[in-house]
Design a binder for this molecule. Structure first.
Ligand code: SAH
Length: 548
């Protein structure tokens, strides 16, 4: 994961950008009002904790003490421990704080090199041997951390060591090597080592066509004398892609699940059968991402009305994890900022089905795809289009995609909240656009909803291509509802140009409304009263309704 770089003021921006240049995909988080960076936050502590818990490497350009205090409450509980560093805002000091086993010292050295200073490394083993023996590079896993710590203590105590197996990253280390050493670092998939051995396992074993049963896979590995740490992943036929039990199995083993029409390795390997399970054992650590493909993911999200604070955390996470983002350009921009490695596919607002099909093509190839809508994706937006495209498709690869819809705050609800509670009793959401349904249907529905005395929320009330429809709709409503009926107009709610108007049905004119407006027409019981300190009244519809 690329690091998050946090700054508190503009004085740190230059150093932050210098660090950022070394890490493609990294983002600079700036305290809002004080500095404009890639992402703005309002509370340093909560932002830091949120990133820490999502396991993101953290580089904070501030006093080490501030970082320690902010993260202290999280340190008792096990869980994520990403690398955390404090860097002086002028770039003169680089202090690794946490995440020794997650490579914090490696980061410290890299950042210090970029800033042309010496890192403040305090880990003894690291200082003595120039590398953290207990933190092998990706593709390798330490067998047992407790044994590892004892091993490093013995090394620090002056004992020699030999290396058995292929450990290219230890070649530059200043280890006290001796062929006849008592201590030994052994690179092997073996589950068992001797007391004097530090076992480091290459992730070089792949289970081919395994059953959806984590315990059985573990037993097969154990029976073959192979460490579970050496398991690089599970490789299954594509037709099993939608098998949830298989995904749960991979999750519980903590390994990736990959799919291929020919489940076999693409590098030199041998295949061993253990208790009916086929294990492919490669000569080198397996680059799992080059093996078949992952199950693709398509997430249809609602951004809410506009302001980022009204976007659900689950939506933000999906956007963070997205490789491709599709949507109407305005909404894609609203969903940003994005990293350079994320691909944005902007399209015209009317190409909903074509966009959905494109999203499935991308997701079926194994990518993590997000389709954005404003408000809620299920309210006159992309979720239904995506499902329509899926139902119409007979492509099994589309149906195997992990599809999810994440809700958002719809414009009617955001507008209602601004005004008070005009939708506090029964109401109806209706789109006045006759692009996708005949105008007669709209009129009929309006007539019945008005007769039923529902409050009405109009989406798509008017546009240049649909100039007369709103006036006609108001005529229908006025046949049943009095001119005193309370009306709320919300324009650009949750966006910088936000404007809220409270008026009456008698005074409402189509000229007061545009395509960025939400029109809420109250029922016969909707009320208004003065709001202290505001020119705009509170509006609400009581919970109770008079009986006959
Ligand atoms: N999925 C969206 C609605 C899309 S239809 C949602 O759930 O909100 C588009 C219509 O929604 C616009 O014509 C306008 O009537 C309304 N709308 C969308 N965003 C709005 C906003 N921020 N303020 C007021 N109305 C908005």
């Amino acid at each position: 994961m690329s690091p998050a770089i946090l700054i508190l003021g503009s004085g740190a921006l230059t150093t932050a950008r210098r660090i950022q240049a070394s890490y493609p995909g990294s983002q600079v988080y700036g305290l809002n009002e004080r500095v404009t960076a890639d992402i703005s936050y309002s509370d340093f502590g909560s932002q830091l904790r949120e990133l820490y818990q999502s396991n993101r490497p953290l580089i904070a350009l501030c006093a080490a003490g501030i970082v320690i205090r902010c993260l202290a409450p999280l340190l008792h509980t096990k869980g994520a421990e990403p690398p955390v560093l404090a860097v002086a805002e002028d770039g003169s000091a680089v202090v690794p704080l946490l995440g020794g086993l997650a490579g914090v010292n490696v980061l410290a050295r890299e950042i210090a090199a970029a800033l042309d200073v010496a890192p403040a490394i305090t880990t003894s083993g690291e200082l003595r041997f120039d590398t953290c023996v207990l933190n092998p590079p990706s593709g390798y896993v330490l067998g047992d951390i407790e044994q590892g710590k004892r091993f490093v203590s013995s090394l620090l105590g002056g004992q020699n060591v030999s290396i058995d197996g292929d450990a290219p990253w230890l070649e530059q280390a200043r280890l006290p090597l001796a062929a006849d050493a008592h201590l030994r670092i052994r690179i092997s998939t073996d589950a068992q080592g001797s007391a004097d051995e530090l076992l480091i396992h290459p992730r070089s074993v792949v289970a081919l066509n395994p059953p959806a049963d984590a315990a059985r896979i573990q037993q097969s590995l154990a029976a073959a004398g192979i460490s579970a740490h050496a398991l690089a992943g599970l490789l299954c036929p594509r037709e099993q892609m939608a098998d949830n039990a298989l995904h749960a199995t991979a999750d519980s083993l903590g390994v990736p699940l990959r799919f291929s029409d020919q489940p076999t390795l693409n590098a030199p390997h041998r295949v061993l059968e253990s208790q009916g399970l086929q294990l492919a054992i490669a000569e080198q650590p397996v680059v799992i991402h080059s093996l078949g493909q992952a199950r693709g993911r398509l997430t249809v999200v609602g951004l809410g009305p506009g302001a980022a604070e009204f976007t659900a955390p689950a939506v933000k996470r999906a956007l963070q994890e997205a490789q491709d983002v599709l949507g109407y350009e305005t909404y894609v921009t609203m969903a940003g900022p994005f990293r350079a490695d994320q691909v944005l596919h902007n399209s015209d607002n009317r190409e909903e089905l074509a966009r959905s099909r494109h999203a499935f093509e991308l997701a079926a190839s194994g990518r993590r795809v997000v389709v954005v809508s404003s408000g809620d994706p299920g309210v006159f937006a992309m979720a239904a289009a995506v499902l329509e495209a899926l139902e119409a498709s007979s492509d099994p690869h589309w149906h195997s995609v992990e599809l999810q819809v994440l809700p958002g705050v719809s414009a009617s609800l955001a507008t209602a909240a601004k005004a008070g509670a005009p939708l506090g009793h029964d109401f109806c959401m209706i789109s006045l656009s006759d692009n996708l349904k005949p105008w007669e249907v709209i009129e009929l529905r309006l007539k019945h909803a008005t007769l039923a005395d529902l409050a009405l929320a109009f989406y798509n009330p008017i546009s240049r291509a649909r100039p007369w429809q709103l006036g006609r709709a108001l005529d229908v409503v006025r046949e049943q509802r009095s001119p005193e009926t309370v009306v709320v107009l919300g324009r650009d709610i949750g966006r910088p140009a936000e404007a809220l108007t409270v008026t009456t049905l008698g005074e409402l004119r189509p000229e007061m409304v545009d395509m960025r407006t939400m029109v809420i027409i109250g029922s016969s019981t909707t009320r208004r009263f003065a709001k202290a300190g505001s020119a705009v009244d509170w509006v609400y519809t009581p919970r109770s309704y008079p009986g006959p």
